[in-house]
Design a protein around this ligand. Structure first.
Ligand SMILES: *Cc1c(COP(=O)(O)O)cnc(C)c1O
Length: 433
């Protein structure tokens, strides 16, 4: 059944959508592998893995089974004063696979909540250390960290929702992100210095007030798909250490292989003080997040004073179904050697997408590829008007926004399927000469 056209009667309110002028939505009735099956009988390759979460595609038999098995035991129980095996096992597994030193895991129920927990953890860390004046956060222009208040305050100050919610958002500090240290070429010491200069200036001026620097490592995702080199992150790590400030990696988008390593931090071989995982954590099955930290940070919360405990506790944290599916997802990822497949996806994306840069210069401002993420940046949003329909007519689901059309596909798609996704992006720019 088609959605009613009278928008005043829509009970269902869609995200980031002007409901008055929205188009027709497609109804998905089922999904298998990398295909979304629509009510009208069409099937579309999901080129963006349900906002980058469904890394194994849909209805993966083992993941379905993990959920069913857990469901037979218990669907949910509160983590306050009670515990269950999947939460214990997932915490242990995440400590094992994340960068060395991240030894403690706090669960949340979405990426935004995971980031809120990270921010509170950093600020309370300094309060517990007797430095309550260190409560500001340095974030980067172009960043996206989620939609709740604390998160909005560290999103890009111009593109984010700062203006709309200025009255309630804390004023954080913003640095320009790296522009010289790009992923494909080892940057010189001078380039790293020049890229770090804006954040260095802020740290030199405001270190007494700053609790932490938060960054999306290697890939700013929803804020515009800007990419940088791992050496920039190593420099940032050293800078934070020198100025006595914590470093938070928001790996909600980059975690679980998206940038070509299991975690983006591995490109730099460093350990952040706090790291947030979400999206692919549960392989697209359930909302969940994990905020990890080091023993140094954790120990600042250990005290005979109960008010020094971490003051957070989402109702559904550590949900057993979410933990069970996350554990099975990690098992499959490792067993099937997904990193090797992601490297193949990266080289196909480079081979077939990068040539657009030269071939269609007048339409394309830039093309960027890192791991299983490929983006074409147009000059203006109007250049992408119609590209979504264009993709659907060719059996591919894409969701371009602003001036970006991108793919972040499920890792299990075949070469042929990947080339169909990439083909849509190429054809769109090539056909309009
Ligand atoms: C998606 C995203 C979030 C927010 O996650 P939700 O689950 O949508 O709340 C936070 N940070 C980054 C980097 C993201 O990509």
């Amino acid at each position: 059944m088609a959605m009613p056209r009278n928008m005043s009667h829509d009970p269902l309110w869609f995200p980031y959508t002007q409901m008055k002028t929205r188009g027709q939505y497609l109804k998905v009735v089922s999904a298998r592998g990398v295909y979304l099956h629509l009510e009208d009988g069409r099937r579309l390759i999901d080129g963006i893995a349900s906002w980058w979460s469904a890394i194994h595609g849909y209805a993966h038999p083992e993941l379905d089974e993990a959920i069913r098995e857990q469901l037979d035991r218990i669907a949910h129980v509160m983590l306050g004063g009670l515990v269950h095996q999947p939460a214990i096992d997932l915490a242990q597994k995440l400590v094992e696979i994340t960068p060395p030193g991240l030894n403690h895991v706090f669960f949340g129920d979405s990426g935004s909540v995971g980031v809120e927990i990270a921010l509170k953890m950093a600020i309370q860390y300094w309060a517990n250390c007797g430095r309550p004046e260190k409560h500001k956060i340095i974030a980067f222009r172009g960043a996206y960290h989620g939609d709740t208040s604390g998160c909005m305050a560290v999103c890009d100050p111009d593109e984010g929702m700062h203006k709309l919610f200025a009255a309630i958002l804390p004023r954080q500090l913003f640095a320009d992100g790296p522009t010289r240290c790009l992923p494909d070429r080892t940057p010189s010491a001078e380039e790293i210095e020049a890229d770090l200069a804006p954040v260095r200036r802020l740290l030199e001026d405001r270190r007494q007030e700053v609790a932490a620097v938060i960054i999306e490592p290697m890939l700013q995702a929803a804020g515009g798909f800007r990419m940088h080199h791992g050496d920039y992150l190593s420099g940032l790590r050293a800078l934070c250490d020198a100025h006595d400030v914590l470093l938070i990696f928001d790996e909600v988008a980059t975690g679980f292989g998206r940038t070509g390593r299991l975690f983006a931090a591995e490109h730099a071989g460093i350990t952040p003080d706090i790291m947030v995982l979400g999206k692919a954590l549960t392989a697209g099955y359930l909302g969940h997040s994990a905020t990890l930290t080091t023993t140094k940070v954790y120990e600042a919360f250990l005290s005979d004073d109960s008010s020094k405990a971490l003051m957070h506790g989402p109702t559904f944290m550590g949900n057993p179904l979410a933990c069970a599916v996350a554990l099975r997802s990690i098992e499959i990822f490792q067993r099937e050697n997904y990193l090797q497949r992601i490297a193949q996806i990266e080289s196909l994306l480079k081979e077939h997408l990068l040539p657009l840069r030269e071939a269609t210069k007048e339409k394309v401002r830039d093309v960027r590829v890192l791991g299983a993420c490929g983006v074409v940046e147009a000059y203006k949003p109007a250049d992408l008007a119609g590209v979504q329909q264009f993709g659907m007519d060719r059996g591919v689901w894409l969701r371009p926004f602003d001036r970006y059309v991108y793919t972040m596909p499920p890792y299990v798609l075949s070469d042929e399927e990947l080339l169909r996704v990439v083909g849509v992006m190429r054809e769109w720019f090539e056909r309009r000469g």
